[in-house]
Write a protein that binds this ligand. Structure first.
Ligand code: EPZ
Length: 422
């Protein structure tokens, strides 16, 4: 397993290009199953999760061709000749559950392995299943698989989510495009990735209103056509790299950055004393001299502060001037980066879903262990400004969501290198 070695090296300067959003691409790709016509995605990120989704779609009979060094995905599922998504792929990536709605909507049957939990929580899929049942699906859970049927096709229905779920909203939205009649999704997720999916489905001929609000209404159609669609900018990669100059000092321009994707996050950066400026090419982040200010953070569904930036924000607050309280309201176990940051000298007190961070002057480099995608990048961010060398192990987590992190940070002056595993 590869490791990444980071050595504190002073202020950063330069530009970092931001890629297409992993979490948009992972829901746009299964949309190909809804149509016999070609669906081409541009601005796709080059990540291992995208390669996993490619393998899954190909196992179902879809054609997926990666072009332009992976930035273009040309897909077409003229026929789906296998309707079973196997456990060995689904267990590697939970987003695999997103093939369930499209397959059921297209052909009236699907068998998908339950994804199982992951490091940050149990992450059940009960809301996905209830949404499909509200559209007339008959579900049978056995031997770890969901056996789904919709004889005569799905029917429009009212789906009232008890709490916001990004994935369940995506599964239901895709399924509803081919359901007979009208479907209303209430308490739907409002994330930019949902908006991006709706815009792509509309290009394919779907009739959708209200994406980006809590109520999405879909009028089912008989069939969908093809489309070409650019994957929206990755707001989590954007926020992650905005924190690099915030932690190290200096000035970095994030190419392709959009302020509307990171509103709540920028409010917290501003409160911490970090300047964010819109430029013709994206967003420029500058940190002057002196320590950042402590700020409190509570994670919420969009447009609130994103849970996927909580670990990275904690890395900044470890050296803030004062005490910061972080509340993780989305996942039940998303502070695994805290004990690793404490190995670097951070002062963090975790009780349930609340972490209290007392800022210290500077962290000290240490060997640390990555446990999930966002925790791993928060350790790299902490290492950028720490005294001495930080060795982040198990970086395969990192490669799931960040393309070429050592190149992107190295280009703005970070001392960072990847060491091939033994
Ligand atoms: C998506 O996961 C993202 N993944 C996650 O990003 C992100 O953290 C999450 O949304 C929240 O924004 C992708 O888009 C591929 P949820 P998802 O359904 O859809 C519970 C990353 O780092 N829940 O909004 O799985 C669930 O356990 C990843 O890129 C149920 O109880 O998230 C969680 O506590 C990590 N039953 C909460 O709801 C369900 O049926 C929110 O989950 C579904 C979810």
């Amino acid at each position: 397993m590869d490791s990444i070695i980071v050595t504190g090296n002073g202020p950063l300067k330069g530009q970092i290009p931001i890629a297409g959003a992993k979490n948009a691409c992972l829901t746009l790709m299964p949309a190909t199953l809804l149509s016999e016509e070609p669906l081409t995605l541009t601005n796709a990120p080059r990540l291992s999760d995208i390669r996993t989704m490619t393998q899954l779609l190909q196992s179902l009979g879809a054609e997926v061709t990666s072009l332009q060094d992976g930035k273009v995905l040309a897909m077409s599922s003229h026929t789906i000749d296998n309707h079973t998504a196997d456990y060995d792929i689904v267990r590697k990536m939970r987003a695999s559950i997103l093939v369930l709605g499209p397959m059921l909507a297209r052909d009236g049957h699907a068998v998908v392995s339950l994804p199982g939990g992951c490091a940050i929580g149990a992450r059940p899929v009960d809301l996905h299943l209830k949404a499909l049942e509200a559209m007339g699906a008959e579900l049978d859970l056995r031997e770890g698989y969901v056996h789904a049927k919709a004889p005569g096709g799905l029917k429009g229905g009212i789906v009232d989510f008890p709490f916001v779920s990004v994935g369940a909203t995506e599964n239901a939205l895709m399924a509803a495009t081919l359901a007979k009649g009208t479907t209303v999704l209430k308490n739907a997720a409002r994330e930019p990735e949902i908006v991006d999916l709706a815009q792509c489905l509309r290009k394919m001929g779907a009739q959708i209103e209200g994406e980006g609000t809590s109520t999405i209404t879909i009028q089912g159609v008989d069939r969908l056509g093809g489309a070409t669609h650019p994957v929206v900018t990755d707001r989590i990669e954007l926020g992650t790299y905005m924190l690099a100059p915030a932690i190290c000092g200096g000035e970095v321009e994030l190419l392709g950055g959009r302020i509307d994707l990171v509103g709540a996050f920028c409010e917290k950066l501003d409160a911490a004393g970090i300047s964010v400026e819109e430029t013709a090419l994206g967003l420029k982040v500058t940190r002057g001299n002196g320590r950042v200010r402590a700020v409190d953070v509570t994670t919420e569904p969009f447009p609130g502060f994103p849970t996927d930036l909580q670990a990275q924000m904690m890395a900044l607050l470890c050296t803030a001037d004062g005490v910061s309280v972080l509340e993780e309201k989305i996942f039940e176990n998303r502070f695994m980066h805290a004990p690793e940051l404490m190995r670097m000298g951070a002062k963090i007190d975790v009780h349930g879903g609340t972490a209290t961070v007392t800022g210290v002057e500077r962290l000290k480099g240490a060997p640390v262990m990555a446990t999930d995608l966002r925790a791993s990048v928060s350790l790299i961010l902490a290492g950028l400004a720490a005294e001495g060398e930080t060795i982040v192990n198990r970086v395969y987590h990192l490669d799931r969501g960040y393309e070429r992190v050592e190149e992107k940070l190295g280009a703005v002056g970070a001392r960072i290198e990847r060491v091939a595993g033994k």
